[in-house]
Design a protein around this ligand. Structure first.
Ligand code: FES
Length: 491
């Protein structure tokens, strides 16, 4: 019987990114049936996929863990026993249904055999030849092995194992999919996967994460103060911050579709660490309260305030998938009171107030194009946020990063970029240097020449404010459509 699996599960099985499968679908190399793939087609496209060969998959998952500063859980952490038992039960039920079908077809075949004997026409009778051909074909077909190949049984077994270890969530109406592992809540797993699910407190108080279960089984993992009405419960509403998935689940849930869906927030955050990787930049690490995390989209910026000093706008350099641990890369501008304050008076746990987020320098998640990311000096901050978000979403076919530094600046997180490039086949990093900001434009021809076809890219660039218009004109001259160019001044 043809076996269909979702794109996300297919990618996991053969150890490639979802984007790679989508590319094959667009190229007509893989067929889809209402968003699902035939297992036999998958094996045909990836004949090297072996049940034991999970190296590639593990490597991609590992780098994603490190890339987005996730809390790395022990590799062997498994769902709790109740969840495992429920998933095994669901698989057992599926197996029972498959066995029932197999028995039904076996009985049908036996009945057909008898029927052929019974209806065999007498010699010379009408249609004798046609009947004889059909009969020969049928009995030959009974001897034929129609299974796809040996690997398919292994891959089916592997798929069943993955289904015990991780449930898949599908969000409606967007169709976004992600996996839920260990003891994560649905909300945590969704954010970790780069989705902008709607939420507020993350702790069962506000009700903003309310979502409707369309199919599948969920389980409450922590008590919540927010009270769902009986009607809501009857309709299948749950709080995603307080529930996990037992089986694969389809959920109707709100997601932020753009910056207008992200509320303005004012939060007091605590400084964890201030790093000074070179003379020109400060890296500020800070943490939000557990019950008052920051909702934002990658690439946005905030106003920072402390000790009554004038507010400072600064881009967020971390990923929305880790909404408690924030990072900022601040250019060191002499005489700036906020920077002086951070340099001279900062102690761990000092409080900074943040307001926002603001800004439209965000990923176009619906675009099928690859990413060209250009950062100049501390403009790497928001670009890093975009990179980590793109990795969490796992959608970009190719990611090319060009980090340009001017005299006195350094590629202060160059090792991080190189580790991404080492670990991910689709990630490419180039460190560039020039004497002055005016030299940035002169590097553009080599960047454009370096990538395959500029028209297949969405370009995101964070450069010093005076260069924004220059870059816009240059990219326009290269023929890049305006909708594919996203520019942001370094903040
Ligand atoms: S996020 Fe507030 S109740 Fe779930």
């Amino acid at each position: 019987m043809p076996r269909l699996i979702t794109l996300s599960r297919a990618a996991r099985l053969v150890g490639v990114k979802r984007g790679a499968l989508q590319k094959k679908i667009r190229a007509g190399e893989l067929r889809t049936f209402e968003g699902e793939l035939l297992l036999s087609d998958l094996l045909h496209s990836y004949p090297q996929a072996q049940v034991e060969d999970t190296t590639m998959l593990e490597r991609v998952e590992q780098i994603m863990e490190q890339a987005v500063n996730k809390i790395v859980r022990p590799a062997d952490e498994a769902p709790d026993t109740h969840t495992q038992a429920a998933r095994i039960l669901a698989l057992g039920q599926e197996l029972a249904r498959a066995r029932h079908e197999a028995r039904r077809y076996a009985g049908l075949v036996e009945a057909l055999k008898d029927k052929f004997q019974e209806l065999a026409p007498q010699e010379g009778a009408l249609h004798e030849e046609a009947f004889s051909k059909l009969s020969d074909w049928f009995f030959q077909a009974l001897e034929t092995d129609y299974s796809v190949d040996e690997a398919s049984d292994d891959i089916v077994a592997k798929e069943a194992f993955l289904r015990v270890m991780a449930a898949q969530i599908r969000i409606l109406p967007s169709g976004h999919e992600f996996f839920i592992e260990g003891a994560d809540s649905i909300l945590e797993a969704g954010l970790r996967s780069g989705l902008a699910l709607s939420y507020g407190c993350s702790s069962g108080n506000c009700g903003q994460c309310k979502a409707k279960v369309v199919s599948g089984q969920v389980k409450k993992i922590c008590p919540h103060d927010y009270v769902l009405t009986e009607t809501e419960k009857g309709l299948g509403y749950i709080l995603t911050c307080s529930n996990t998935a037992v089986t694969d689940v389809v959920l109707e849930a709100d997601e932020a579709l753009g910056t207008r869906d992200i509320p303005h927030q004012e939060i007091d955050i605590r400084i964890k660490k201030v790093e000074r990787p070179d003379d020109r930049v400060l890296i500020l690490h800070a943490k939000t309260p557990r019950t008052n995390r920051l909702r934002f989209l990658a690439g946005q910026y905030l106003s920072l305030e402390a000790d009554g000093l004038p507010a400072l706008d600064c881009s967020i350099a971390s990923c929305p998938c880790d909404d408690m641990n924030l990072q900022f890369h601040l250019p060191v501008v002499s005489g700036n009171p906020f920077i002086e304050h951070l340099l001279n008076n900062t102690r761990q746990n000092n409080v900074i107030s943040i307001k926002g987020p603001r800004g439209e320098f965000i990923l176009n998640e619906e675009s099928p194009r690859s990413l060209l990311l250009i950062a100049c000096n501390a403009g790497f901050g928001p670009v890093k946020s975009l990179i980590e978000h793109a990795m969490a979403l796992d959608i970009a076919e190719q990611i090319h990063v060009y980090w340009i530094v001017t005299a006195g600046n350094s590629h202060y997180l160059g090792n991080l970029c190189r580790s991404w490039a080492d670990a991910l086949d689709n990630f490419h990093y180039t460190a560039l240097a020039t004497d002055a900001e005016t030299g940035v434009e002169a590097l553009l021809p080599s960047i454009v020449a370096d990538i395959d076809d500029l028209m297949n890219y969405d370009c995101y660039a964070c450069v010093p404010a005076p260069l924004v218009e220059t870059l816009k004109t240059s990219m326009d001259n290269y023929g890049l459509p305006e909708k594919q160019l996203h520019l942001e001044p370094v903040r």
